[in-house]
Design a protein. Structure first.
Length: 152
């Protein structure tokens, strides 16, 4: 799903003119920050490929942003994460949500909550970043996926 890009230059060009940019994942978020483009909302866990990395945390310390910390276990979307994403969308301020646990499903919550015109980009380890433009069709697809997950 979505276009996969591997170079930050291509990602920056691809997102030029987007109404609202959400990044999910440490490396893709750092790539944008280091390229001088601050996402409107970013969701990270200060780890990459499920291995905590002090180096990742120190790279983030160079960028001042409002930060909210939430707890979210792997393969879940907690009410706290959902609420933080909603707050970041409704009150734009370049918010960084730092997840204690795993941000693996935050892209789904972001797509479900974001208005049309938003771009959501999430990192795919060892592949690049997947770019998604929010429209009614994508929101409908994600809503179906989220409903199926609730039944399990």
């Amino acid at each position: 799903m979505g276009k996969v890009l591997t170079k930050i230059e291509d990602l920056v060009k691809e997102t030029a003119g987007t109404q609202f940019l959400i990044t999910v994942g440490d490396i893709v978020t750092l790539d944008f920050l280091e390229a001088g483009k601050i996402p409107d909302l970013s969701i990270v866990d200060y780890a990459t490929q499920r291995m905590p990395m002090e180096q990742v945390r120190s790279r983030f310390s160079k960028f001042e942003q409002p930060v909210i910390f939430v707890i979210n276990p792997m393969s879940q979307i907690t009410a706290g994460l959902w609420s933080a994403i909603k707050d970041g969308i409704e009150n734009p301020r370049h918010l960084r949500i730092v997840v204690d646990g795993e941000e693996d499903l935050a892209s789904l919550a972001s797509i479900a909550l974001a208005p049309p015109g938003t771009t959501v980009i999430y990192g795919i380890p060892n592949r690049g970043a997947s770019v998604h433009y929010i429209d009614a069709e994508l929101k409908h697809l994600v809503d179906r996926v989220l409903k199926q997950m609730e039944l399990k």
